[in-house]
Each structure stands twice: as C-alpha cells, then as structure tokens.
Ligand binder design. Structure first.
Ligand SMILES: Cc1cc2nc3c(=O)[nH]c(=O)nc-3n(C[C@H](O)[C@H](O)[C@H](O)COP(=O)(O)O)c2cc1C
Length: 324
C-alpha cells in the first residue's frame, strides 16, 4: 500500500503470518527504470513468497521491469489495474487500464515472455457507476487469453471522477458476488477477493463463498495481529498435527521475534523508527494498546531507547517498567 507499507512492514507481516503471500506497494515502471531500483526492489529473503506490484502501461517498460523483478528474485509480478488516483490516471495506468483490456493483455504477455514468472492482475469490477457484469467479464477474458491465471479483484467499482482514493475504497458498494460469476465463466482462472475483509471469520467465509483466496489491505496494516487470526482461519490444521505446531504468535512474541531484524537493520544504518512505525497497531484491542502507540510515537522515547525501543515499550505496557 503506497505510503504505508515497505520492506520493513513486510518483514513484520511475515513474522505474524508465515504463509501469506506478500505484495509490495505499487512501484511505477518510471521509478524503476529512471530512479533507484535498489530502493524499491531490495528485500529480505524471509519476505518470500513475495510479489512485486507494478504500475505502468507501456509494454516494453513493463517487460523491462519484469526482468528486474526476476533478477531480484521476486516470485510473482502483479499489474495494478485498480488504483483510481488522479496522478495515476494522468500516467494512464491503474484503474483506467480497465477500459483498455487489450493493452493490459499485451503488457501481461510481454512480462510472461520476458520472465516466465506468474503474472497476475489486480483490478476493480467496473468503472464509474456502470455495474454491468459484461464489462469485467470482457476485461478478464481478454487478459486471461494473454496468460494471466490469477486475478485479484477489489470487489467495488472505481469512480474515476469526483471521489478521492480514500473515498474510492469506501463509497462504491462492495459486490463480492461478482467473484462467483467470474469463476463460473473462467474455470481455469483463480479469483482472489479483496475489499472489506477484516477478520479471520470473514476471510474463511469468503473462501466458502467461492473465492480462491483473499487479499487483505488496511486491516493488515492498522491491526497487524489480524493476520495471525487470518492465518489460523485459512490454514486450519488437521487435529493430529496441532501439538507439533508452534502456537499462534501473540503481539509480545512478535516484538521479540522482530528484534534481531531491528538490530541487523540498525547496523546497516536503518533507524529503529523506520521499523517501529509499522508496529503502532500491533497491540490493537489489547490492554496497553494506547500506551504502546503513545510510547512509540514519542520521538524522545524512541531516540533514548534506540534499537530497544519496542522491547522497552512492551515492558512498559506489561507493567514491567515505569512509563518514561
Ligand atoms: C494508503 C493505501 C495505499 C494503497 N496502495 C495500494 C497499492 O499500492 N496497490 C494496490 O493494489 N492497492 C493499494 N491500496 C488498496 C488496497 O490494497 C486494497 O485494495 C483496498 O484498501 C481494499 O482492501 P481492504 O478493504 O482490505 O483495505 C492502498 C490502500 C491504502 C489505504
């Protein structure tokens, strides 16, 4: 998620959910081809399975960036056809690409040919207020012909005029039933449902309703421990293996498990706050959640505690130390 997630956030999410597939925020082809690719593509081996999400529409640029994804060891390339922001529209990519399915198909084909990696597409179910199923069906059909087999479907329309990106995640109504219709029409493809799934129960119900997978956005960032509940709901263990499996992590265990990464990154010049900022919601819904957030949001506390800032904040909320 642009401006929210980065590699440090993904490292946190990987500790909480060992099996989830993680996606980068959208990286534009321009940023990779004309900017600093290391900044956007470097990652920790533990983040796998990991997909690079690209924003762009020029076939040759997409192919060149796909090759970079291959060189950097990504497991999947995902093309963004769902972002409604004006800046992205000006660049002629994101959600407005849904109006140009053949262009998307050409890009998908070029990325597949250049890399052999799985190429997936994230999209909406329509543009503006038009709710015809035929629009999204034709989009998926054209792109599937180019070799895309996995579609991540944010199950609401994108209204490209009059709504901010934030409103575009709230106002157009969710229509998850579209997933079932797409599955019926494209039995060789997989459809991952996205939009408004906030609990393990909701994620499991989405699979029971026919989705092939779920993608979680805002809740994963704002309440990261929800990923542990999702993991438990989506990969229920056969009863006889339960005893051998590590217990579902709690927030404190996650803080401790993240600490070696905090130290290692610090040794490479990454300030602890760059990692801690993604952890503000870690104790969401638990006693001490506000105190945890307040401690870590206090620059003086973080500066004084350095790499120990999260362990110290955890001690404070566990009652093991006075609040400083
Ligand atoms: C701050 C922010 C940035 C986002 N950036 C991206 C992005 O880079 N690529 C993308 O596919 N979706 C992006 N999204 C959309 C989410 O991935 C997701 O599709 C949307 O929030 C609906 O899912 P949710 O209800 O689980 O959050 C972003 C959402 C937010 C809140």
């Amino acid at each position: 998620m642009l401006d929210w997630t980065d590699r440090h956030c993904r490292r946190l999410h990987r500790i909480i959910s060992p099996r989830a597939r993680l996606y980068t925020e959208m990286v534009t082809t321009g940023a990779l081809l004309h900017g600093d690719p290391h900044r956007h593509l470097d990652h920790d081996a533990a983040e796998h399975p990991l997909a690079l999400q690209l924003g762009g529409s020029e076939t040759a640029d997409l192919a060149a960036c796909a090759r970079m994804a291959l060189d950097w060891g990504y497991d999947e390339i995902n093309l963004n056809c769902g972002c409604p922001s004006e800046r992205v529209q000006r660049g002629a990519f994101g959600a407005c690409l849904m109006a140009e399915p053949q262009l998307v198909a050409d890009g998908v084909r070029a990325m597949l040919d250049a890399t052999g990696l799985p190429v997936t597409v994230k999209h909406r179910i329509g543009l503006g207020r038009e709710e015809s199923f035929g629009f999204v069906r034709d989009f998926v059909g054209t792109v599937a012909q180019a070799g895309c087999r996995v579609f991540i479907v944010h199950t609401r329309n994108a209204w490209l005029q009059g709504l901010s990106p934030r409103e575009n995640r709230e106002v157009p109504p969710l229509r998850p039933e579209v997933i079932g219709r797409l599955r019926a029409d494209f039995p060789d493809c997989h459809f991952v449902r996205n939009g408004g799934l906030a609990t393990g129960e909701a994620a499991a119900a989405a699979l029971q309703d026919g989705a092939d997978g779920v993608m979680i956005g805002r809740v994963a960032y704002q309440q990261p421990m929800t990923l542990a509940a999702m993991e438990a709901a989506l990969w229920p263990l056969p009863p006889d293996t339960e005893a051998e499996t590590p217990a579902r992590p709690d927030a404190l265990t996650v803080v401790q498990a993240l600490q070696p990464y905090v130290e290692a990154q610090h040794a490479r010049g990454v300030p602890p706050w760059a990692i801690a900022r993604h952890c503000l919601g870690l104790f969401h819904g638990l006693p001490g959640a506000r105190r945890w957030r307040r401690q870590l949001s206090d620059p003086a506390f973080v500066k004084a505690a350095g790499t120990q800032c999260m362990l110290r904040a955890a001690e404070v909320i566990q009652g093991g130390a006075e609040e400083r």
